[in-house]
Design a protein around this ligand. Structure first.
Ligand SMILES: Cc1cc2nc3c(=O)[nH]c(=O)nc-3n(C[C@H](O)[C@H](O)[C@H](O)COP(=O)(O)O)c2cc1C
Length: 174
């Protein structure tokens, strides 16, 4: 299985870190692409960078020659987590300013699974309309809003809630 993980400059890089850790335990090829701001926020919030995930095949955000920029890559699923409103709006409007956005556009045009984990509050009408547009185009909108009914004891419990929901949807080999 081929999974693409896109990481943007929204707050909540811990969601990406948790997802990458879980995927690295499974028999899947993980292709990673992190926007410029995504790298900065991940370093600031989690103190980690892409080199801390050596099993991931990392692509530079400006490398439009990367395999994931093409429909022939045939990834099974892509998750953008956390997803900024900037990236969400670009993808919703068919804009591919960087490799992350292009890879997401490819998933939509090839009718493949695209899971978007937006993190912003409050949401403007522009944000809501962009989410609706993406959902209509086939993306799954999975907001970074963990449930509290499992009596979480830690931040990691809250993060795990979202990671588990993503894994249920993409269903990678266990
Ligand atoms: C510390 C920090 C936290 C941010 N948090 C959010 C956020 O939660 N949601 C969001 O949409 N943008 C957030 N931003 C703004 C985005 O990083 C900014 O819009 C950026 O252009 C996104 O670029 P990208 O989509 O290419 O990653 C944050 C920026 C910084 C520096």
């Amino acid at each position: 299985m081929k999974i693409i993980v896109g990481i943007t400059g929204a707050s909540g890089s811990i969601y990406a870190v948790s997802l990458l850790r879980e995927l690295s335990r499974r028999e899947v090829d993980v292709y990673g692409v992190c926007s410029q701001t995504g790298q900065e926020v991940m370093q600031s919030e989690c103190g980690v960078s892409s080199i801390d995930f050596p099993s991931v095949i990392w692509n530079k955000p400006d490398d439009m020659f990367a395999s994931i920029a093409s429909g022939t890559c045939c990834a099974d699923a892509m998750i953008i987590s956390p997803c900024s409103m900037n990236t969400l709006s670009c993808v919703a409007h068919g804009i591919s300013n960087n490799l992350l956005q292009r890879a997401a556009a490819v998933m939509l045009k090839e009718s493949r699974k695209l899971v978007v984990v937006p993190r912003e509050t409050p949401l403007s009408i522009i944000h809501l309309e962009a989410m609706l547009k993406l959902a209509n185009a086939g993306a799954i909108i999975l907001p970074a809003t963990p449930g509290f009914y499992k009596q979480p004891k830690s931040i990691q419990d809250l993060v795990d809630f979202i990671t588990e929901r993503i894994l249920q949807i993409i269903n990678p080999t266990t």
